[in-house]
Design a protein around this ligand. Structure first.
Ligand code: CA
Length: 232
């Protein structure tokens, strides 16, 4: 079931979209603010983003730019919703690379047709977003596999989740507590020392790519922003 992320600050429009998209068989996640929307793009891996341009915090054009500038989300289709014609021209043009647009007020039927067409186009492309190349490391999210310098790294499901969680939040420090929440789940009773043990094992397995996971003393871990030359 394709997952659609709706980024729209108007609650009534969000509700209409949520209802109609679910009825049409899509899974829907939604954000009211641009920043939350971008976090959901990185954490929930939607198949398509339905993006309102007029948002209270970050403008839709900035969100679109951020999605299309990031190699790991570049192929994620973005359909823009806006009442403002001139903005749509800018966003859908080559400048920002949105995939399609619907003007407000929109017809639900037309919107669904466009979403279906955009999804069909993107399915016929290889899912690059699911294949990550970072220095000597390659991650295939769909297959749950990872390679370093071309050699497959045998990871447990938990280690893979830990690696992807760190990678998706690269250049941001992750406390042990936040890793526990995201990788092990909220209800877990295990100690933060378990996180250290798993990171240690993950690093050992990653060999030449081990330094991509940096220790931030007293806080937690951080995945490097760019692959460092010395480690690959
Ligand atoms: Ca709006």
């Amino acid at each position: 079931m394709p997952r659609i992320l709706v980024i729209e600050d108007e609650a009534d429009i969000r509700e209409v979209l949520d209802y109609n998209l679910r009825t049409a068989g899509y899974e829907v996640i939604a954000a009211e603010r641009g920043r939350d929307g971008l976090s959901l793009v990185r954490e929930q891996h939607p198949d398509l983003v339905l993006l309102d341009l007029m948002l209270p915090d970050v403008s839709g054009t900035e969100i679109c730019r951020a999605i299309k500038d990031d190699p790991s989300t570049r192929t994620l289709p973005v359909v823009v919703l806006s009442a403002r014609r001139e903005e749509i021209d800018r966003v859908v043009g080559f400048e920002l690379g949105a995939d399609d647009y619907v003007t407000k007020p929109f017809s639900v039927r037309e919107l669904l047709l466009r979403i279906r067409a955009v999804l069909r186009r993107s399915e016929s492309r290889p899912s690059e977003a699911n294949l990550v190349d970072f220095g000597s490391l390659r991650i295939d999210r769909d297959a749950h596999r990872a390679w370093v310098e071309g050699d497959e790294v045998e990871l447990t499901a938990l280690e893979f989740k830990l690696l992807v969680t760190l990678y998706d939040r690269r250049n941001r420090v992750q406390s042990r507590g936040s890793l526990l929440d995201h990788v092990w789940g909220m209800d877990t009773k295990i100690s933060t020392r378990t996180v250290d043990a798993h990171v240690k094992r993950l690093r050992e397995k990653m060999g030449a790519a081990r330094d991509y996971i940096e220790t931030v003393r007293g806080v937690g871990y951080r995945f490097a922003e760019i692959p460092t030359l010395g480690s690959c």
